[in-house]
Design a protein around this ligand. Structure first.
Ligand SMILES: Cc1cc2nc3c(=O)[nH]c(=O)nc-3n(C[C@H](O)[C@H](O)[C@H](O)COP(=O)(O)OP(=O)(O)OC[C@H]3O[C@@H](n4cnc5c(N)ncnc54)[C@H](O)[C@@H]3O)c2cc1C
Length: 287
């Protein structure tokens, strides 16, 4: 096996998969290294089996979507359904927000969320907020096939980046816990936790940038160290007699995020199971 590549990618979540595919399709020889035993990162092992509205786009995501679409039960498009903010007359209040598969919708609909509009605006969300829901295991298998068919990607699963040798500002060699060390002309840190960048002394930052940095309208006034809070995600299989009980009266008052967001985000899997993300169960600006 060669120990020299054009591009080395560490981490095979959504970011690393996209980077490796894009490089290989440009004829680069790529090494893709993932510490887990499967591909996909958050999108498969983390329970995030969803591309939110506008998150997919064209190019590699659309290619992946089209392949999944050929496989029964692999993928679908959602439309927002019940929501705490707009109870149905005569129905108990739904304790969160729910996205349900909608056979009427197409991939193009997922690219149509533009302009403003809050989740509290029922008509706006139902007409504009569509995203992609997929089965994680099929997603991982399909991505594997896409990587393989390039013929340019060496994939190491169950392999963790351990350290890098540098010479001045150049990375000479990168070491992995399988005992191998590798050279590459370019390295991409797709670990999500910036392990590679840290190891070679790159400037990094976590948290939110203040609005002055990129001018994003939703940015805070000042930099801060806030991260997504850790959340619990469950996959549940509905039973015919199952029902969701109304939220106990004391929950909204004690729930740390209740003023801003409903209590659970519920997404449907293509086989009808539900993905329940208990968004506000753990308070924090950490993980
Ligand atoms: C609770 C939650 C809900 C979310 N909901 C959505 C959603 O509904 N829709 C949406 O579009 N986005 C959502 N996101 C965001 C989305 O999950 C991330 O933006 C996306 O997964 C980031 O992809 P990534 O490839 O950068 O990181 P990851 O998916 O985290 O992949 C990083 C990979 O690197 C590997 N790795 C780490 N360290 C090493 C190492 N030293 N050596 C080798 N490999 C290593 C990890 O095992 C992992 O596979 C959500 C995120 C969270 C946490």
């Amino acid at each position: 096996m060669t120990d020299a590549f054009d591009v080395g990618v560490v981490g095979a979540g959504s970011g690393g998969i996209g980077a490796a595919l894009a490089a290989a399709r440009l004829d680069a020889r790529v090494l893709l290294v993932e510490k887990a035993d499967s591909l996909g990162g958050n999108a498969t092992r983390g329970g995030v089996h969803c591309w939110e509205r506008g998150a997919g786009g064209t190019g590699i995501p659309f290619d992946l979507y089209r392949r999944l679409k050929q496989i029964p039960g692999a993928v679908g498009i959602y439309t927002p359904a019940r929501h705490l903010a707009y109870p149905e007359p005569g129905e108990p209040v739904f304790p969160g927000g729910e996205n349900r598969l909608d056979a009427q919708r197409t991939y193009l609909d997922t690219l149509r969320c533009f302009g403003g509009g809050s989740y509290r605006n029922r008509e706006f969300t139902r007409t504009h907020w569509h995203g992609v829901l997929f089965d994680p295991a099929v997603y991982a298998r399909t991505v594997h096939a896409m990587l393989e068919e390039t013929g340019r990607i060496t994939l190491w699963l169950n392999t963790t980046f351990t350290r890098a040798e540098t010479h001045g500002r150049r990375m000479e060699r990168v070491h992995f816990d399988n005992g191998q060390s590798v050279r590459a002309t370019h390295w991409i840190d797709a670990t999500a936790d910036i392990y590679l960048a840290h190891a070679v002394g790159c400037a990094t930052r976590t948290g939110q940038e203040g609005v002055d940095v990129y001018g994003e309208p939703g940015a805070p006034a000042q930099d801060n160290d806030r991260l997504n809070a850790t959340t619990l995600i469950y996959r549940v299989t509905p039973k015919p007699q199952a029902g969701i009980e109304p939220l106990p009266a004391d929950i909204p008052a004690t729930c740390w995020w209740a003023g801003q967001f409903p209590c659970a985000a519920v997404n449907e899997y293509p086989n009808g199971d539900l993905n329940i993300n208990m968004l506000p169960t753990m308070e924090g600006g950490e993980s």
